[in-house]
Design a protein around this ligand. Structure first.
Ligand SMILES: Cc1cc2nc3c(=O)[nH]c(=O)nc-3n(C[C@H](O)[C@H](O)[C@H](O)COP(=O)(O)O)c2cc1C
Length: 214
């Protein structure tokens, strides 16, 4: 993995953080994680771009015309391109659905993390070589939820979300400072347990995106 450039970011400085939520139900635990994430980042003084992809009706289908060009006629996609290019940090929040992100978030990856937005290949490369990551973001935090116990997830399924986000996506786009937390098992969890998880999410956000006073 090559990096186009390496930025150092002063600890406690105000950052632009993109928060992307892929979950259709506004009373879900994923929404609660998103609420805590956004409020914590704001309290820390950061500039937050929050996208609830389902609420904003993000269209996840990458059509042929867009695939073969560097442009999109979809204004929302253009907004996402501009934000993700400028983000100093990224937080992704979604449930484990069949070992993958929900389709709307998969479509966000397809349409937003495009060549020449999130990565590029060297001039003489046909696209089979090593990519050059273009994202400015230094740190990515992924919050997931699932109903599978950890041992079964690792031994039977191989934790595909870790490979997808860490290796296939963010390392490819040049963000190697990657952190992920899977909250489990959501089914049958008590409200006390959920509060402990939300406190943990808050702590992780503070740790990885420290504000002036933290
Ligand atoms: C379409 C679908 C697929 C799912 N696939 C998985 C899965 O592969 N592994 C798993 O542990 N849980 C799976 N689940 C359970 C969700 O991960 C779980 O309901 C969610 O994480 C709970 O968080 P929420 O209350 O915010 O929705 C699936 C749920 C749905 C609706």
């Amino acid at each position: 993995m090559k990096r186009a450039f390496l930025l150092s970011y002063p600890c406690g400085a105000k950052m632009k953080i993109s928060v992307i939520l892929g979950h259709p139900y506004d009373k879900s635990f994923n929404h609660a994680i998103a609420d805590v994430t956004v409020s914590t980042l704001k309290e820390s003084g950061h500039e937050v771009s929050f996208h609830d992809l389902c609420a904003e009706e993000f269209d996840p289908i990458l059509m042929g015309e867009e695939l073969v060009s560097d442009r999109s006629d979809d204004e929302l996609v253009q907004i996402h391109w501009n934000e993700i290019k400028e983000a100093n940090g990224i937080v992704i929040i979604h449930p484990n659905w069949w070992g993958q992100p929900p389709a709307i978030l998969k479509g966000w990856v397809d349409r937003v993390l495009r060549e020449n937005v999130a990565y590029r290949f060297p001039e003489d490369d046909d696209g089979s070589g090593l990519p050059i990551g273009l994202l400015k973001a230094r740190t990515t935090l992924v919050f997931n939820t699932s109903n599978t116990p950890e041992e079964r997830e690792n031994t039977v399924f191989g934790d595909p979300l870790e490979r997808i986000w860490r290796d296939c996506i963010f390392d490819f786009c040049g963000v190697s400072n990657f952190h992920r937390r899977m909250f489990r098992t959501i089914a049958g969890s008590t409200s006390e347990q959920r509060q402990v998880w939300l406190d943990e999410a808050r702590d992780m956000v503070c740790e990885h995106f420290p504000g002036k006073d933290r």
